[in-house]
Write a protein of this length. Structure first.
Length: 407
């Protein structure tokens, strides 16, 4: 079994009193050492339990990520040699990583192997709270879809990445759209197919990063998302839910969870992960919710509106999180019931809350697009722009100004 342990050489400390970090790599009684190229002070190394404890300093987080990547790269090359029944030479793997030579393997790596290596690395990030379990589930599902396609169309269980051609990609897209089956449904809608291909591309980029493959075959894919108007609630519809009194406890709880997301814009997984530690009082005395989005890792700071504060206070101390937890499946089932009782004809789901925050609560009240984008944790403003397109009220307000000017 391959074993990798990191240690510091305090006798080689530099002028800043920082010690170089080395890796000791062992296999079947043989071991080598390898410099990581990273430095840390002796005190911080011991205080953080060799960087394995909870890290607060950004520089140490970066070093830890670099050490994890180095270990993953070594393990990947080791496992490839093992899989191909090649002779294991730790020094050759080390030289390959340092770019001193190239290891020759008996066969090219297959797409399923790249997926397995990627997903194993991603699973570690999930365990450390860096990425969400839902994202890992997406990558596992993508791998299963390619395996199913290979089996049904080519009667094989893997294919070398370098053998994935334009015809292969065309056939894969056609299979996903019109032939794949899942829970009794045949075919996957266009936008979901495009997102799966984005996943395939991400996994192959990971393979390039680890020198497993040279070229990304999925760069040839040119499918486009079909932009659809997001379903959101108007202020009148929001008021109907806000004013409705539910005697049934489960519906009252779902109402509060839903409204919390309407007034904060947090996605379900983010909203139900918030704790009192995420509540911060600003210099002006106002409360803010400060957190990083689980899906993207992007910081999303949102001011606490009066309606949000009321919900937080209602459930304070009743659970570890700011609001009660409930699965998306149950939320959506109960929201349908709430919509019927409130006379709302739109298909109400948990994500309608996030869309309502973007349109009615913020953009509809004149909040600038870039500020809405920041609060929603979007990686770029384009993700937020489609919300603005559906607001006729904004267009009307701007045209009224134009009319006044031309008078």
């Amino acid at each position: 079994m391959l074993k990798i342990i990191y240690f510091i050489k305090s006798e080689k400390a530099n002028s800043n009193n920082e010690c170089p970090i080395y890796a000791k790599i062992s296999y079947q009684g043989k071991s080598i050492t390898m410099s990581s190229g990273k430095y840390v002070t002796k005190d911080r190394w011991h205080f953080t339990r060799n960087l394995r404890g909870s890290l607060k300093i950004q520089k140490e987080k970066v070093i830890k990520a670099s050490l994890d990547s180095l270990a993953m790269l070594f393990e990947t090359k080791f496992n490839l040699l093992l899989k191909n029944n090649s002779t294991i030479n730790l020094n050759e793997i080390k030289s390959d990583i340092l770019g001193k030579n190239k290891i020759k393997t008996k066969s090219k790596i297959g797409i399923i192997e790249v997926f397995e290596i990627h997903n194993l690395d991603f699973e570690k990030k999930v365990k450390h709270g860096e990425r969400s379990p839902a994202s890992l589930q997406k990558y596992d599902r993508a791998k299963d879809l390619i395996k199913l396609f290979l089996l049904k169309k080519y009667k094989i269980d893997n294919i070398a990445v370098e053998k994935i051609t334009g015809a292969f990609i065309h056939n894969l897209e056609s299979f996903l759209k019109y032939e794949s089956e899942y829970k009794g449904r045949v075919g996957i809608k266009n936008n979901s197919v495009v997102k799966y291909f984005k996943t395939f591309k991400t996994v192959c980029n990971f393979g390039i990063k680890l020198d497993l493959i040279v070229k990304n075959p999925f760069s040839k894919y040119d499918g486009k998302l079909q932009v659809k108007d997001a379903v959101y609630l108007t202020q009148e519809e929001l008021d109907k839910i806000e004013e409705k009194v539910f005697r049934v406890e489960r519906l009252d709880k779902v109402k509060d969870i839903f409204l919390f997301s309407c007034y904060t814009g947090y996605a379900p997984i983010d909203a139900q992960s918030l704790t009192p530690e995420n509540l911060i009082k600003g210099n002006d005395g106002d409360l803010w919710i400060i957190t990083d989005r689980i899906k993207t890792g992007i910081r999303a700071n949102v001011p606490v509106l009066p309606a949000t504060h009321r919900i937080i206070e209602k459930y304070r101390g009743k659970q570890e999180t700011l609001i009660p937890k409930l699965s998306n499946q149950k939320m959506n089932a109960y929201l349908k019931e709430i919509a019927d009782l409130c006379g709302i004809t739109k298909r109400l789901t948990y994500y309608v809350a996030r869309h309502s925050f973007a349109t009615t609560v913020t953009l509809g009240n004149g909040i600038r697009l870039e500020n809405v984008s920041a609060m929603m944790g979007h990686s770029n403003i384009k993700q937020t722009q489609h919300y603005a397109k559906v607001l006729d009220s904004n267009v009307l307000n701007d045209m009224q100004k134009l009319k006044f000017k031309y008078k």
